[in-house]
Write a protein that binds this ligand. Structure first.
Ligand SMILES: Nc1nc2c(c(=O)[nH]1)N[C@H]1C(S)=C(S)[C@@H](COP(=O)(O)O)O[C@H]1N2
Ligand SMILES: [Mo]
Length: 199
């Protein structure tokens, strides 16, 4: 398995301003309740502005090549958890399979339970962005996103959608759940882009 040590901070201060460390603890941050997921009806889709729309059953998903990514996690509510080892499918591998059209500049991630979040497409071409099934060698627990979550370590963790079921590639940006409810549209922890009024 390919191993990636993410320099999520890109040479800047490792812990972004205004964050504190939780050590080995891993808080659960969910709006609402943990959805029940049935692997028999589960699928993962790549839709919208792609040359090759994709749909995977759980069995098909598990045939995809895996990577391991070591990365930090920064929640907008100020906790950070360092050195998480995630494993799963590298996001850019999936994009290569789906072949985004030139006009696809944004994407919306959609989840069981109805949560959504938006990202510029280039964020999923970063080495450390992945769709993770495992954390520190163990399958994700239901509260942390089992069976699959997106992990985008360079941005605040609300972009790391749990229980993800797919991504839709878009020409125009489409704010997700928290982005519609006062969080910053992009969410760079090193620029403290927490809320809509932060630059
Ligand atoms: N589907 C879904 N994904 C989500 C959330 C959520 O409420 N629903 N919360 C986000 C927030 S605000 C954070 S900080 C992280 C927390 O992940 P954790 O609960 O595994 O620590 O998940 C993100 N992904
Ligand atoms: Mo968060």
């Amino acid at each position: 398995m390919k191993r990636i040590e993410a320099d999520t901070a890109r040479g800047r201060e490792r812990v972004p301003p205004g964050q504190y460390l939780v050590g080995d603890r891993w808080p659960v941050l969910t709006y609402g309740t943990t959805p029940k997921v049935d692997l028999k009806s589960w699928d993962f889709r790549v839709t919208g502005l792609v040359e090759n729309p994709l749909r995977f059953s759980w069995e098909e998903w598990n045939e995809l090549p895996k990577v391991e990514v070591k990365a930090d996690m920064h929640c907008v509510t100020s906790w950070s958890k360092l050195d998480n080892v995630w494993s799963g499918v590298q996001a850019k591998h999936l994009l290569k399979l789906a072949r985004p059209k030139p006009e696809a500049r944004y994407l919306s991630a959609f989840c069981d339970g109805g949560y959504t979040t938006n990202l510029p497409v280039e964020e999923l071409y970063e080495e450390d962005a992945l769709f993770a099934t495992h954390h520190n060698g163990e399958p994700l627990t239901p509260d942390h996103g089992w069976p699959l979550r997106l992990v985008v370590p360079r941005l605040y963790a609300w972009k790391s959608a749990k229980w993800i079921r797919g991504i839709e590639l878009l020409e125009e940006d489409r704010p997700g759940f928290w982005e519609e409810n006062g969080y910053h549209n992009y969410g760079d922890p090193w620029r403290e882009q927490r809320y809509v009024f932060d630059e």
